[in-house]
Design a protein around this ligand. Structure first.
Ligand code: G
Ligand code: G
Ligand code: MN
Ligand code: NA
Length: 255
């Protein structure tokens, strides 16, 4: 199949849906946020992984369209959950670097938030280190400040994989870091890697950021995350991504 033209059709026909994976407080296990993950079940090909179709969208000039589709779907969902009197947690959305740098991104985000009456603080954008590494500092700073000014929060996803992280992190308007799950996977096997894992967590904690450990696949992983003082945990041991109407069964209601 020709991925780009199929993607264009899929966006048009709403064939891409979103699932939501919970993030829990490491200490008391309370649900704190959910991460929206795009799912494309192609009628003929079956499931197509997001890494593939995000890359295809980037190459075919469709990243703005895909990004808008996802932001719009998430804001509409938050609106419905709030209409249903659900105590809706923070919803995190992955935003690719190329998407973030589209000239229309900020306006699209603002419009989507407004259209659905979303409380901006309920929305968190997960960006990656490449946002910060590739561009001129002043421009990046302005873009991130403009996003923050909407009331939305920022998280750095896959943290620790882009290696200039240490020098820029203290100076960015981000609230959260998600330690790339590779570090946890390695830490659970190798004591030296466990030191590295501990160090990356401390870095985030010392900068006053919320630290998320993702890729929690076992009880031992959960204990490791807790022992190192992570705030939030996410992973298959806790919950995988699930459809909106299932994840919302875990939300409280507004009294
Ligand atoms: O959980 P999953 O295998 O679906 O995610 C694989 C990768 O795809 C992750 O890096 C995730 O951040 C990314 N991804 C999932 N959904 C989206 C999306 O809506 N937009 C972007 N840009 N990336 C996404
Ligand atoms: O890059 P990002 O952190 O957005 O990646 C999200 C991806 O991680 C999704 O593909 C999701 O399905 C996957 N994921 C979620 N929990 C786990 C887990 O416990 N282990 C692994 N290996 N992947 C996970
Ligand atoms: Mn993510
Ligand atoms: Na990640």
């Amino acid at each position: 199949i020709h991925l780009a033209s199929e993607l264009r059709r899929a966006l048009h026909e709403h064939e891409i849906s979103l699932e939501y994976q919970p993030l829990y407080a490491a200490t008391d296990g309370q649900l704190r946020s959910v991460e929206a993950l795009a799912r494309w079940h192609h009628v003929v090909e079956g499931p197509i992984p997001p890494v593939e179709f995000v890359a295809a969208a980037e190459n075919a000039g469709l990243i703005s369209a895909l990004g808008e589709y996802v932001i719009e779907a998430v804001c509409a969902q938050i609106g419905r959950w709030c209409d249903d009197q659900l105590d809706t947690p923070v919803v995190a959305v992955n935003v690719s670097t190329m998407q973030l740098w589209q000239p229309e991104f900020l306006e699209m985000l603002r419009a989507s938030i407004r259209r659905h009456g979303v409380e901006p603080g309920r929305l968190c954008l997960e960006i990656t280190e490449s946002v910060v590494v590739q561009r001129d500092d002043a421009k990046t700073r302005r873009l991130l400040d403009d996003i923050i000014a909407l009331g939305v929060t920022l998280s750095i996803d896959d943290f620790g994989t882009g290696y200039s992280s240490l020098s820029y992190l203290h100076d960015l308007p981000v609230q959260q870091v998600k330690i790339d799950r590779m570090f946890l996977a390695e830490a659970s096997r190798d004591p030296k890697k466990a030191q590295l894992f501990a160090g990356i967590i401390s870095l985030g904690l010392n900068l006053g950021l919320d630290v998320v450990i993702e890729g929690v696949e076992t009880f031992a992983d959960l204990e490791l995350a807790r022992r190192h003082g992570a705030h939030l945990v996410q992973g298959w041991f806790l919950d995988a991504a699930m459809p909106a109407d299932i994840v919302s069964e875990r939300f409280g209601t507004i009294a």
